[in-house]
Design a protein. Structure first.
Length: 40
């Protein structure tokens, strides 16, 4: 996990991973972190 994702509750982390799959971003942890940063 990463710097931003760690600050988000686990159930929301799962949601962010699902959002990343359909976001058009590359399917990697860097993309998950970008979305997590925006969430915060």
């Amino acid at each position: 996990m990463g710097e931003f994702l760690d600050k988000i509750p686990e159930n929301i982390q799962d949601h962010i991973r699902e959002i990343t799959k359909t976001s058009g971003l590359p399917p990697d942890e860097e993309s998950v972190e970008k979305i997590a940063k925006g969430w915060l």
